[in-house]
Ligand binder design. Structure first.
Ligand code: NI
Length: 164
């Protein structure tokens, strides 16, 4: 396992829409192991393949940072959503910024596990937020894109400063 380089804003790969995984292969499983290792090393709760420069629809997540239990979801798709709540988010690709993002509070998410078997998650609160944030990454959407215009301008300004 190895720790991968997390792409930072404004790396163009972050704006790219990731492609569905047709068949889950060993290379995907290796990527997932590395993504989980990378997430752990950077104290992240979620990571999208996009963030390590791979435009494939794969996410990893760790809903309980206290008891490490990371997992992966391939081709995740939200099939049901309910509720709405605004909470602070941050992102490993956007160091030093956070802001309030409105997200659904309850989701049903379908996808494939690392063996390629169909799985379905019912997610609430924190995990539901992680799923929405990471699936956004697969669509080339960053959480700052969901901030109100003034907060977005401020976030971009501080990112530019950080990049210098
Ligand atoms: Ni992120």
């Amino acid at each position: 396992m190895s720790i991968l380089k997390v792409r930072k804003y404004p790396d163009p790969v972050l704006k790219r829409k990731a492609l569905p995984v047709k068949e889950v292969c060993d290379a995907d499983r290796r990527l997932i192991d590395d993504m989980i290792e990378t997430m752990k090393a950077s104290d992240g709760v979620g990571l999208a393949a996009t963030q390590v420069g791979v435009s494939r629809r794969i996410i990893t997540f760790n809903p309980s940072p206290e008891s490490w239990r990371a997992d992966a979801l391939i081709n995740p798709a939200i099939i049901k959503r309910r509720g709405s709540e605004s909470k602070e988010e941050g992102c490993l690709s956007l160091p030093g910024v956070n802001g309030p993002v409105r997200r659904s509070t309850y989701l049903v998410v379908e996808g494939l596990d690392i063996k390629g078997n169909p799985v379905c998650y019912e997610a609430k609160g924190f995990l539901a937020r992680i799923f929405q944030h990471e699936i956004d990454h697969l669509d080339g959407i960053l959480f700052i894109d969901r901030l109100n215009p003034i907060k977005r301008i401020m976030a971009k300004r501080s990112l530019k400063k950080e990049a210098k």
